[in-house]
Design a protein around this ligand. Structure first.
Ligand code: F6R
Length: 592
């Protein structure tokens, strides 16, 4: 959600920034803009819609300093005028922002009273005018920006380009910001993630909230926003596997990431017993164990809590990071919160962790993106090591999280080695799973259902979360109404929706609830539903189609979600949708 990029170096700034913004595209955006400094003037180029071919964008060549921004509209419609960066009144600096200024109305009224004029509907312009106000008393831009930032409420990260010198300032709170420095110290990058500049350098400086970075005179300096004091920083090296962005011959990132799951479920559990031991002990002695996440990560949190209850016999409770209100006074010392997140930057989840920490509970996390806020807030940190997930709809991150949760739950009851062997077995079965034959079966099913608008998915026991996640996946890419339910809900109301020809997907594993699941499938079938089975349990006669998933025992949620990911992909392709960047969605939801 919104991306920020800044560059100072010896290359064409417009090109470097445009490339950087393209690598941030996956976060979701509806308009974009670039500002570069050339001939002691700032030049801005803004556009609505997609960035297009980097080679064709030659609006502002010959500049070596600049900033760029991809905007996901919050305040003010999707217009060129509202796109960032935004000029100061005297055109001496520009600002781009990622976040929401929560006290924007209040600040705007105050600034209007002081005579400031506004030309956009954005909250970003409030930041610009606020800096201008501070500059009436303080002549230094860095100090004025720092003081203005202290007046902002909400999670905001801003980047500022100044006209007079080769000077970029950025301040972080909530939304991510990371700096990159080339090995020869000639190039500096500031961005919302390391992926966007990883093809230039592997040396990075991770920043914390309320830190301000300044690049001036080819030098990077870090300051505390609170008092303006300069602080020391560490340059870290990132591994190439953590930043490789390539479709590797596939038409879309989504299908590449789906297929990668055969390996990523193993990578996510590439931990030794000793590496898990501290968390395992903490879980055993915890007063309460919670798991938390949002969206797909929320479903993974549900699945992990299920494993902790079923396998580890811990009374784990799954929470939605955006529905924590009633738990605020209940979570405290002696409790453990396990956070699940691909990006590690989800605002809802971070907010949940903030009060978890404040209340004295411990935080564990499983995150995919290196150096994220969630990881840095955690007492027990784990990476799902799935490599960059570029498609907005999460696939390999989900199964990696579930795989890790399964290993963790087994480690609590001393079944670490057994769990590892089971994960390896499932990984092996998946290596033979993605065949042309399977793809053809799914394409032909897609062809039969593509004109329907309403679909239902039923799951039970360990497949309950798969029904929710499977349905979410198809919704995101196809824009069709897919709804996941616990099969047990059917008779309590949901069956009223089932009519002749209604497509109902039933997830059937060879487990202790299979008879109940088959009965539910039979009931919808008896009412004329177009019933499709998914799972490792042999086809029932009444299924119109059955998509078989590998035998996986307790790991079936991993293998059973994959057919839904494939249905989502092939149906999205048939419908001509934007697979990797579905409408309205952002990869990293950094605002509430
Ligand atoms: C759906 C999806 C989202 C994310 C959610 C949390 O495919 O990707 O529902 O799971 O926005 O994001 P992370 O995992 O980055 O915390």
């Amino acid at each position: 959600m919104c991306g920020i990029f800044g560059y100072i170096g010896d290359k064409d700034a417009e090109k470097v920034i445009t490339e950087g913004l393209k690598r941030l595209e996956y976060r979701g955006y509806d308009s974009w803009g670039i500002a570069v400094k050339k001939d002691d003037k700032i030049h801005i180029h803004k556009k609505i819609g997609e960035i297009g071919d980097v080679e064709e964008i030659k609006q502002l060549p010959g500049a070596f300093v600049g900033i760029g921004h991809t905007r996901w509209a919050t305040h003010g419609g999707v217009t060129k005028n509202n796109a960032h960066p935004h000029f100061s009144t005297d055109m001496s600096f520009v600002v781009a922002q990622n976040g929401i200024v929560e006290n924007f109305q209040e600040l705007k009224s105050m600034l209007e009273e002081k005579g400031f004029k506004f030309e956009t509907q954005t909250d970003t312009e409030v930041i610009v005018r606020l800096i201008e106000l501070k500059l009436r008393d303080i002549k230094e831009l860095r100090e004025a920006a720092r003081l203005a930032f202290l007046d902002l409420k909400g999670r905001n990260t801003i980047i500022i380009l100044e006209q007079n010198t080769d000077h970029i300032i950025a301040i972080r709170n909530g939304s991510p910001l990371v700096a990159g420095i080339s090995a020869d110290r000639k190039e500096y990058f500031l961005a919302s993630d390391i992926l966007s500049f990883a093809h230039h350098t592997d040396q990075v400086v991770f920043m914390n909230d309320y830190q301000m970075v300044e690049i001036k005179d080819r030098k990077l300096s870090l300051f505390e926003v609170e008092n303006g004091n300069e602080i020391e920083y560490k340059i870290q090296k990132v591994e190439p596997g953590e930043v490789n962005i390539d479709k590797e011959g596939h038409e879309h990132f989504m299908i590449k990431e789906i297929i990668e799951q055969q390996y990523t479920i193993k990578e996510a559990t590439n931990y030794t017993k000793d590496e898990l031991a501290e968390l395992v002990e903490a879980l055993k002695s915890a007063k309460n164990v919670y798991t938390v996440g949002a969206g797909t990560a929320g479903y993974a949190a549900g699945q992990i809590a299920y494993y902790l209850r079923k396998i580890a016999k811990l009374n784990a409770v799954e929470l939605k990071s955006y529905e924590m209100e009633s738990y605020k006074d209940l979570i405290g010392e002696g409790d453990i919160m396990i956070a699940i997140s691909q990006s590690g930057e989800t605002a809802d989840t971070i907010e949940a962790l903030e009060f978890t920490k404040k209340n004295g509970a411990k935080i564990a996390s499983i995150v995919n993106m290196m150096g994220s806020t969630t990881t840095r807030m955690s007492d027990y940190k784990f990476y799902s090591r799935s490599g960059p997930e570029i498609c907005v709809a999460s696939t390999k991150a989900f199964t990696a999280q579930v795989s890790w949760g399964y290993l963790l739950a087994n480690a609590v009851v001393d079944k670490f080695e057994e769990a590892k062997a089971n994960i390896a077995k499932v990984s092996e079965s998946l290596q033979n799973y993605f065949t042309e034959e399977l793809f053809e079966q799914i394409k032909s099913l897609v062809d039969r259902i593509k004109d329907q608008e309403h679909f239902f998915v039923l799951g039970r026991g360990m497949n309950y979360y798969v029904s929710l996640e499977g349905a979410l996946k198809v919704k995101e890419i196809t824009y069709k109404h897919f709804e996941g339910f616990a099969a047990g809900e059917l008779k309590h109301g949901v069956i009223a929706l089932v009519d002749k020809g209604t497509p109902v997907f039933c997830i059937v594993s060879d487990d202790e609830v299979k008879n109940d699941m088959v009965s539910a499938a039979a009931e919808v079938n008896a009412r004329g539903a177009f019933t499709v089975g998914i799972g490792d349990n042999p086809k029932q006669a009444f299924f119109e189609d059955f998509i078989e998933a590998p035998q996986a025992g307790d790991l079936s949620p991993i293998t059973n979600v994959i057919p839904f990911q494939l249905i989502s992909y092939f149906l999205g392709v048939v419908l001509g949708n934007n697979i990797d960047k579905p409408r309205n969605l952002a990869k990293s939801v950094t605002v509430k």
